[in-house]
Design a protein around this ligand. Structure first.
Ligand SMILES: [Zn+2]
Length: 312
């Protein structure tokens, strides 16, 4: 467990003006964060990082909630949407500032003490090297083509030639990210937090809605890889899952280069297809691949990841 998780597990928030509490990602109402309680609505919200106050609209009829959905809701999203609206009816926004408070433990006591106890355990584990995996294992021990290993090594050591690094070396280049043209390009922006990249991750991680939100808590590629949980026990599903983050990084980087050097357009669906194809290609040295079909990656992606696809 990382320090951040430990903190989240032990504190909750009392919302006042709603300006310091992240609507989806902080635990402030109901059991757990809203992104976990209502993954379908979270998925289509354009404001995944928004604070509570951002989700409120004021007009002549008073206040109403607007979750900033990027499209109309489908039928299967309706139920969660209405549950969320019902939950929101009970929310009182007032003039106080949002406050963090310690969650009581099972006996109703403040959990400051148990927090420190857990912190101590965490430190012991870290000193034994149990929770920290060195980049070495995240790069050279992974069964991916050597040019991709090398790319990952440059990413981990911040040597990759993104705009910020080029400028740092004295080149005159456009600092803006070529995907969104909105924020400056850095490694973590390009590979993790750009709106295009977030979309790619969210589409490909649809069957792991409890893992995707972690993306908003990490600041580096290394941290994201360290948090990547083991996949299913099924051989094909687990292979695909373990390749997935590397295939996304590699494909985003190639897409970014095609965009800059060949003015190609950026299309989330095309990136996702390319990721699946890349994973299939990386599996080619695996003897058992002939027991599976590429078509399943395209048509039954979620079933593959959750281990529902069986060998022919
Ligand atoms: Zn961007």
């Amino acid at each position: 467990m990382e320090l951040n998780d430990l903190f989240k597990k032990n504190v909750s928030c009392r919302v006042g003006k709603g300006e310091r509490t992240q609507f989806w990602l902080d635990e402030w109402i109901g059991e757990g964060t809203l992104c976990v309680q209502f993954p379908h609505v979270f998925n289509i919200s354009n404001a995944k990082n928004a604070v509570v106050a951002d989700m409120l609209q004021f007009d002549q009829n008073g206040t109403r909630w607007d979750f900033q959905l990027r499209r109309e809701r489908y039928e299967w999203e309706e139920e969660q949407f209405h549950q969320l609206m019902t939950l929101m009816e009970g929310v009182q926004i007032d003039e106080a500032n949002d406050m963090w408070r310690w969650k009581p433990d099972r006996h109703g006591n403040s959990s400051v003490k148990s927090f420190y106890e857990e912190l101590a355990k965490l430190e012991i584990l870290q000193s034994q090297g149990a929770t920290h995996i060195y980049p070495y294992r995240l790069v050279w021990k992974v069964d991916i083509p050597s040019k991709v290993q090398f790319f990952m090594w440059t990413v981990m050591h911040n040597r990759i030639l993104t705009a910020d690094n080029l400028i740092h070396r004295g080149s005159q280049v456009n600092p803006r990210c070529s995907f969104c043209d909105n924020l400056n390009e850095s490694i973590s922006h390009l590979l993790l937090h750009c709106s295009v990249s977030l979309n790619v991750w969210s589409v490909l991680m649809m069957s792991y809605p409890e893992v995707y939100p972690n993306l908003f808590t990490v600041v580096s590629v290394e941290e994201w890889l360290n948090l990547w949980p083991p996949g299913t026990h099924q051989e094909f599903g687990s292979k695909v899952w373990s390749y997935l983050p590397y295939a996304v990084f590699w494909t985003l980087w190639k897409t970014r280069n095609h965009r800059i050097f060949r003015q190609k357009t950026v299309d989330v669906e095309a990136i996702c297809r390319e990721v699946k194809f890349t994973i299939w290609y990386w599996c080619s040295s695996w003897k058992r691949r002939k027991k599976y079909r590429y078509q399943d990656l395209d048509d039954k992606w979620s079933d593959v990841l959750t281990g529902l696809i069986h060998p022919l």
